[in-house]
Ligand binder design. Structure first.
Ligand code: SF4
Length: 233
C-alpha cells in the first residue's frame, strides 16, 4: 500500500480531474439527506431524485414520517426497489429520531449507526454533506478504485475507511470519498477507461494488470534480417 504522502499526491491529481465533486448532492436538511441515502441503496440517484420531492412534501421531517404506516409509505418509494425493507428502515429511523433525538438527526457517528437502516456509509454521507462533520463514506466505487490505485488494501469497507482517513487530513475526508466515487462512476469503472485516467502512472492495477496484458497482446516485431544473418555466421 502506498505511503500517506503518496496517497495525498494522487488525490490532489484526481481532485483536479473532478473539480466539482462535492456539489453533486442537493438535499437541504440532514433529515432529507438521510432519507435519500437510505433510498439510494440498490438504486440510482436519478431514481431517488424522482421520488423525493413528493415524499418530502408529505413528510417534511422525522415527526411527520414517524406517523406514517407501511401501507402509506411503500407505494411512494416502490420504484426505488426493495421498497418493503426500505419503508421499514425509514419508519424505524424516523421513530428513533423522535424518541431518542427530539426529531433531529444526531451529529455523531455512533448515534447515527444505531438508527434502523443506517450503516457507516450512510452515516458518513450525512455527517460530511449535511452536518459539516468530516466523514469518509466507503461505497463499492471507493472500495474498487482505492484498491486498484493502491491507496488502500482491503475488501473490508471499514478497513479502507480507516486507511484513507489515516492518510488524508480530516478536512479532506468527504471530498476524498466524493472524488473516488466520481472516478469510479466515470472512468475507473468495473471495466476501466485507463487511457482517460489522470493517475494512470501512479496506479498499481494499471502497472501490474493492464500494462502487462497490453504487452502480452502487442504484435511481435519481425526479426531484424541483418541480425539473423550475423547470428548464423
Ligand atoms: S489507471 Fe485504470 S485502473 Fe488505475 S485508477 Fe485509472 S482507470 Fe482505474
Amino acid at each position: 500500500m502506498k505511503p500517506p504522502r503518496e496517497t495525498r499526491r494522487i488525490l490532489d491529481k484526481l481532485e483536479r480531474q473532478y473539480p466539482g465533486a462535492d456539489t453533486e448532492l442537493h438535499y437541504t436538511t440532514p433529515f432529507e439527506l438521510l432519507v435519500a441515502t437510505i433510498l439510494s441503496a440498490q438504486s440510482t440517484d436519478a431514481r431517488v431524485n424522482m421520488v423525493t420531492p413528493a415524499l418530502f412534501k408529505r413528510y417534511p421531517d422525522a415527526r411527520a414520517l414517524a406517523k406514517a404506516t407501511p401501507a402509506e409509505l411503500e407505494p411512494q418509494i416502490l420504484s426505488t426497489g426493495f421498497f418493503r425493507a426500505k419503508a421499514k428502515s425509514l419508519l424505524g429511523m424516523a421513530q428513533a429520531l423522535v424518541t431518542n433525538h427530539r426529531g433531529d438527526v444526531p451529529s455523531d457517528i455512533d448515534a447515527l449507526v444505531e438508527l434502523p437502516g443506517v450503516g457507516r456509509k450512510t452515516a458518513n454521507v450525512v455527517l460530511g454533506h449535511a452536518l459539516g462533520v468530516p466523514g469518509l463514506p466507503v461505497d463499492r466505487h471507493v472500495l474498487r478504485v482505492s484498491n486498484r490505485i493502491g491507496v488502500a488494501e482491503s475488501d473490508d469497507p471499514r478497513v479502507v475507511e480507516q486507511q484513507l482517513c489515516d492518510a488524508m487530513p480530516k478536512a479532506r475526508w468527504t471530498r476524498t470519498s466524493d472524488t473516488l466515487i466520481l472516478h469510479g462512476r466515470r472512468i475507473c469503472r468495473p471495466k476501466p477507461l485507463c487511457d482517460q485516467c489522470a493517475v494512470r502512472d501512479d496506479c498499481d492495477y494499471f502497472r501490474l494488470v493492464i500494462a502487462r496484458a497490453r504487452d502480452h497482446k502487442a504484435p511481435k516485431r519481425p526479426r531484424d534480417k541483418k541480425r539473423v544473418r550475423a547470428t548464423r555466421r
